[in-house]
Design a protein around this ligand. Structure first.
Ligand code: PBG
Length: 327
């Protein structure tokens, strides 16, 4: 007779035991909500491929920021959509550009009640939609772009942001941004480096959200989805250049990358659950094919389990409320 002495099911027998032994539990304080603000908008506008996410007016952004604080989220990541764009992305540097204005608005509204962060990239501001400046032959000019990022970082810091998120995948961007911030006296502004950012088709809905002008792709600067070790190299360089936190992006299709990065660095690791990840779940749920809330929490738990301590997610506010009820 075989007697099963080993019975892992004992620790699954009811909700109380499962709660007691759960190894991973995403917390509201670790969630960061991305928000979009569009210049000149008079009413908040829904984004078709991101149900539940809005392009905000300056006013509705302030209100949404307060709601996010009330829900207990750890941070807000701001993206600006300018009314006009040019070759050089000047609107990203202009103190009166929409993103810098929005940083001021949100900081004056919520202060230090949550961590206000800003995307540091030119793609929302350039007429060609690339993350950097172009050479005459149309390729992305790494070092000319770095100079623009340095100015943009200082403008965002002057607007009061706590954390800048360089997301353009230019070589050397973290070091240049760090030095520019320090030289301008913003030694306390932290850098969340989009260290391992893949050239992913999961960014599709985001491009609708920011009305991206991009034709073509970003494969000469974002990473090839085939590569894992390359991420570790990117992360190592960013930490050496002064990154305070590093990010992997997208999240769910790259859990192996999150896990490997977590094992490699000592700084906090973030993951960005991107627009296409969110849209897939929302679309399937709208069809009644999956349980929306369960899948939402399962994805966040999995990303946390893989090693991301901070998660950027369009569900942050709702998930924070759900998590508070459940745990
Ligand atoms: C670049 C940026 C992008 C995203 C965040 N920052 C777009 C891109 O790299 O093409 C995508 C985020 C998402 O899909 O949710 N500024």
């Amino acid at each position: 007779m075989s007697y099963p002495e080993h019975r892992p099911r004992r620790l699954r027998r009811n909700a109380a035991v499962r709660r007691l032994v759960a190894e991973t539990r995403p917390a509201p304080a670790e969630l960061v909500v991305p928000m979009f603000v569009k210049e000149g908008l008079t009413e908040p506008r829904p984004i078709g491929s991101l149900p539940g996410v809005l392009q905000h007016t300056r006013d509705s952004l302030r209100k949404a920021a307060v709601e996010a604080v009330q829900a207990g989220v750890g941070g807000i990541m701001l993206f600006g959509v300018p009314a006009e764009r040019d070759e050089r992305g000047a609107g990203g540097i202009d103190p009166n550009g929409i993103l810098n204005v929005a940083i001021r608005d949100v900081v004056s509204e919520v202060g230090d009640a949550t961590v206000v962060m800003s995307d540091l990239c030119l793609d929302e501001f350039t007429s060609h939609g690339h993350c950097g400046l172009l050479t005459p032959d149309g390729s992305v000019d790494n070092d000319a772009t770095l100079a623009a990022y340095a100015e943009m970082a200082v403008a965002q810091a002057a607007a009061g942001v706590s954390v800048v998120g360089p997301s353009g995948m230019m070589d050397g961007q973290v070091g240049v941004v760090r030095r520019a911030l320090d030289a301008a006296g913003y030694t306390d502004v932290a850098v969340l480096a989009y260290a391992a950012k893949y050239a992913s088709a999961f960014y599709g809905p985001f491009r609708e959200a920011v009305e991206s002008a991009l034709e073509g792709d970003r494969r000469t600067y974002q990473q090839d989805p085939a590569n894992l070790r390359e991420s570790l190299r990117e992360v190592e360089l960013d930490v050496a250049e002064g990154a305070d936190m590093v990010m992997v992006k997208p999240a769910l299709p790259y859990l192996d990358v999150i896990s490997a990065v977590r094992a490699t660095v000592q700084v906090p690791v973030a993951a960005y659950q991107v627009s296409g990840e969110y849209a897939m779940v929302e679309a399937a749920a709208a069809n009644g094919w999956i349980d929306r809330e369960q899948v939402m929490l399962e994805t966040l738990t999995s990303i946390r389990r893989a090693g991301a301590q901070i998660i950027l997610t369009y569900w942050a506010v709702e998930a924070a409320e759900l998590l508070r009820q459940r745990y």
